[in-house]
Every structure is written in structure tokens, then in C-alpha cells.
Design a protein around this ligand. Structure first.
Ligand code: NAP
Length: 478
């Protein structure tokens, strides 16, 4: 289907409408917002069959995965509804006045949080439901009291339009202003750029590639008044398999890792792109088992022809790089609709550290084994990665100086550190942190998954000696 190219005037009108109702939405009750979020979840469930079919036609991700993604999207919407209803919509901290001279004496201070205003939300290609029109960014911004203007992803235009239509039907049914959610689309980058430049846009939530996110981040920062730009970008998610884990369960871990690499044809931001092994017989055994397991996995067509071409280019770059040996998958089928073949390659720590191109995300089922000789080299490899959504440490159960050093390093470079399991799969919870240091995220102090995602759209304000009428609002904007 043809992607509609919204004009500058249409984008302007959509954002202006959002700005007009912004104060009203900021002042809306937690119950109003919660009902709206639940209504959105319900309408997704009610139209499950149609939405999953559309999503499958446009993404090739398959009904099983897409049904699970729809469940997750509904869960997120409901979770934010619960979160704001249980006192978190207008959470505040209050310091009573203390008589006397400073520093002990002070006026009464109440720290409240005000919604930023209209949020531009860029959908991702690889989560047509959970990181798209009604995905986590939209849910958290609406819960915070911000209207949302969605930039649809050109990879799934029909699905995006349909989900937006359904959202509009919920707004109408609940007698809420239609402009609480706006929608723009276009096949060129101009639409997204115009949205980010619009003076009424107060913040941007972006999920997508490093290249796209960096370009739009620069736009947000070069506005006369720069705005917060929350981008969740690509990641290579190192998995460190320490000897204690490999000696005990090399085969099982290899199976689990192969499934994680292959999941969604590798088109997942938390896909494990690097595995770090200490040289030795167990490392050989693990690598052989991983190679065998990957050969038995079945991938599916990639999201778009462009994603497949980028994957093929990434495979060529990796396999032709000096000091890299291909274990599996160097030859790819050049047909854009052909499923990608899992790539497994190997290099040394020194090579990985020296060549920055080996640390670029290859979006698809690709994994680079980095062979190291010591705990020092593990730390050096992780430091070379610099920023990642996740680091997985297998075999860290027993405390030792080396295990502590590697763990410390992992926490310095990643938003989430796993001590068992695989990095694909991100639970929606209070303690979740999805976002790590650059180049994974532009705002590593924030998360795009979990309840804390709402904090991105709320700016703290200290009210000093607030009059009674204002204090009585209990943090709700006036
Ligand atoms: P993408 O190509 O960057 O697209 C994301 C959005 O950005 C699209 O709406 C795209 O619109 C727009 N865009 C891209 N470049 C632009 C530019 N220069 N100027 C203006 N707009 C631009 O990424 P994707 O294909 O959706 O997703 C794949 C990437 O997302 C992978 O790297 C993956 O790791 C990452 N990802 C990260 C997370 C996370 O949570 N960290 C989650 C999912 C995916 P146009 O196509 O119209 O330009």
C-alpha cells in the first residue's frame, strides 16, 4: 500500500491540535487516563485477528510472535493504567516548613512533576505493535498526561493506520478530545524532521536505528529551544560465558543462545551479537554446539527488503574484515525475500578491540565469537563495546575478584545485566531498565520499558510556599 506523505501543513495542524488540548490532558484525572489506556488495550484484543493478520502481512513476523506481541502491548497499556491509579500519576515529595534561620530553617517545599506537553513518538519496524502506535512510549506518555503524535513506521503503514483508527474510536467512545493522539506518516525523512522541529513538540521518543536516531537527535538539539530526545537505538548485547558455566552446561547454553540469535530472524534490539569465550576445550565445545544448533534453526523473511540488504551488507563487512574467521553463514541468498542464514564468525580480543567496525550492530541473526585469554581481556572487550542494552554473564555464581571486576564492568556499560537466560525478552516491571550508555541510548538515565518510562515525560518543579488552593491539588497540574 502506498504510504501517504503528510504535508508540512498537515503536520503543523496535527501538532497544533495536540498543543491545544495539552493542558486539559495534563489536568485529566488518573481515572480518565487509566480508562483510556484500558480502552486501548481492549480494542486491540477485540480486533486481534485483523491486527495480527495485517501485522503479519507487513512484517512477516508470524502469528505466534505477533499474538504474543499484542498480549504484551495490551499488558503494557493496562500496567500503566494500574500504575497511575495507585497514586503514581501525581506523585510528589513534600518538605514541611521549618522555623528559624537557614540552613536548618526553610520554607515549605513541594516537589511536583508537570507533563511536558505533546510528545512525538517514532515507531520501530521490528515491533509493529509493542514499539509502535500504541506501544510502550505511547502508553507511558499518555499515562504521564502528554498527548502523543505518532510518526508511523513505513514498514507497516496499513497496520499503523488501523491501530490509530481504533485509538480514535476509543477517544470518541469515551468523549475525549481526538487530538490526545495524532498521526503522521511519510516515505521520506522530511516528515519526521518536520515533526521534531515543530516548536509545539515538547519531547521525542524514538525507537530505531543508530543512524536514524542520531540524525533526529541532532535535529532536536539544533532547535532554537532543544527538547528531550529519548532514543532507544541498536545494541550488540555481549554474552560472556565464564568457564564455570561452560564446563557444566555448554550444550544447553549453546541451544539457548542459538534460539535467542534466531528469534525474530535476529531483528531484535536485544539480540546477542557477541559472545565472549575464554580460549580452551570448553570454548571449542561450546562454539561447535552453537554452530550445530544454529544450523537447525529456521529463520523467516526479514521485515523489509531494506533490512535484508543491510543484513547482507553487515555479513559481508564482518566476514571480510581482517582477522575474522567465518564459522557459518558467509554465503547469503541475495533475494530480498529469502530468509537470512544465521552468521557465526570468530575473532580475537585484540582484533575486536582494534577494529570498531566489528562492534557495529548487524541487525539480523549474526553473532561474533570473541576469543579471550583472561579476565583482563574480558574487561577490555566489554569496555571496547562501551554501551549496550544488555550484558549477559553466565557462570558468575561464585564470588571472586575476577567475577566482581567483570560484573562491575558489565554494570558500567549496560542498562540490564543478566546472570542467567538470554537477553531477548524484556519484562515490563517496576525495576526494568531498557536503555544503556551511548551508542545504545541518548538518555541512559531513563528507560523505555517498565513503569519508570513515564518519568521521561514529567518535569520536576519545586513549589515553594504554595498557597493552600495549589497544595490541595496534591500534585495535579492546575
Ligand atoms: P529506523 O530505520 O531508524 O526507523 C525508525 C524511524 O525513524 C522510522 O520512522 C524512520 O522513518 C525514521 N528515520 C530513520 N532515519 C531517519 C532520518 N535520518 N531522519 C528522519 N527520520 C528517520 O529503524 P527501524 O528499522 O525501525 O529499526 C531497526 C533498529 O531499531 C535496529 O537497529 C534495532 O536494534 C533498533 N531497535 C531498538 C530498540 C530499543 O529498544 N533499543 C527496539 C527496537 C528496535 P523513515 O523510514 O520514513 O525514514
Amino acid at each position: 500500500m502506498q504510504i501517504q506523505e503528510h504535508t508540512a501543513a498537515q503536520i503543523q495542524a496535527t501538532v497544533e491540535a495536540a498543543a491545544r488540548i495539552s493542558d486539559d490532558w495534563a489536568r485529566s484525572s488518573a481515572q480518565t487516563r487509566a480508562e483510556f489506556l484500558r480502552g486501548l488495550g481492549d480494542v486491540l484484543v477485540d480486533n486481534r485477528q485483523e491486527l495480527v493478520r495485517l501485522a503479519d502481512e507487513e512484517s512477516a513476523l508470524g502469528a505466534v510472535r505477533l499474538n504474543a506481541e499484542l498480549d504484551r502491548t495490551t499488558f503494557q497499556l493496562g500496567a500503566f493504567a494500574d500504575h497511575i491509579e495507585t497514586g503514581n500519576a501525581f506523585a510528589l515529595t513534600d518538605d514541611e516548613a521549618i522555623a528559624g534561620a537557614p540552613p536548618v530553617g526553610r520554607p515549605r517545599l513541594t516537589r511536583v512533576r508537570v507533563p511536558l506537553g505533546p510528545v512525538a513518538m517514532f515507531s520501530a519496524s521490528n515491533f509493529p505493535l509493542a514499539f509502535s502506535v500504541l506501544g510502550g512510549d505511547t502508553a507511558s506518555a499518555l499515562a504521564a498526561g502528554c498527548p502523543v503524535v505518532v510518526k508511523a513506521h513505513p514498514g507497516h503503514p496499513r497496520l499503523s493506520r488501523r491501530v490509530f483508527e481504533l485509538a480514535q474510536s476509543v477517544l470518541a467512545k469515551q468523549s475525549l478530545p481526538q487530538a490526545v493522539m495524532g498521526f503522521v506518516e511519510g516515505a521520506s525523512v522530511d516528515v519526521g524532521v518536520a515533526l521534531v522541529r515543530n516548536p509545539d513538540i515538547a519531547a521525542v521518543a524514538f525507537t530505531g536505528s543508530f543512524k536514524g536516531g542520531k540524525a533526529l537527535w541532532a535535529e532536536a538539539n539544533s532547535r532554537p529551544r532543544p527538547i528531550p530526545f529519548y532514543a532507544e537505538l541498536g545494541s550488540i548485547n555481549p554474552v560472556v560465558a565464564l568457564p564455570a558455566a561452560l564446563s557444566a552446561q555448554a550444550e544447553e547454553l549453546a541451544q539457548a543462545l542459538a534460539a535467542s540469535i534466531e528469534f525474530g530472524s535476529g531483528q531484535i534490539c536485544t539480540s546477542p551479537g557477541v559472545v565472549v569465550l575464554i580460549e580452551g576445550a570448553d570454548a571449542d565445545r561450546f562454539e561447535n554446539a552453537l554452530c550445530d544448533a544454529l544450523q537447525t534453526r529456521k529463520t523467516h523473511t526479514m521485515l523489509t527488503p531494506g533490512v535484508k540488504r543491510n543484513f547482507d551488507a553487515g555479513v559481508a563487512r564482518l566476514t571480510r574484515a581482517p582477522g575474522v574467521q567465518t564459522v557459518l553463514g558467509a554465503e547469503q541468498d541475495s533475494d530480498d525475500n529469502a530468509p537470512p542464514r544465521p552468521l557465526l564468525a570468530r575473532t580475537s580480543a585484540a582484533n575486536f578491540i582494534a577494529d570498531p567496525t566489528l562492534r557495529e550492530e548487524v541487525f539480523g541473526p549474526a553473532c561474533l565469537v570473541v576469543r579471550v585469554k583472561s579476565a583482563d581481556e574480558i574487561v577490555n572487550v566489554l569496555n571496547a563495546v562501551g554501551g549496550s542494552l544488555t550484558v549477559t554473564l553466565w557462570g558468575a555464581e561464585n564470588d571472586s575478584a575476577d567475577v566482581r571486576r567483570i560484573t562491575r564492568c558489565a554494570t558500567q556499560i549496560a542498562g540490564r545485566v543478566l546472570f542467567s537466560g538470554v537477553p531477548t525478552g524484556v519484562a515490563v516491571a517496576r525495576s526494568q531498565q531498557h536503555g544503556g550508555p551511548w551508542p545504545t541510548s541518548t538518555e541512559p538515565f531513563t528507560t523505555s520499558v517498565g513503569y519508570a518510562a513515564m518519568d521521561r515525560f514529567l518535569r520536576p518543579v519545586a513549589l515553594q510556599s504554595a498557597p493552600a488552593w495549589l497544595a490541595e491539588l496534591g500534585g495535579r497540574p492546575c
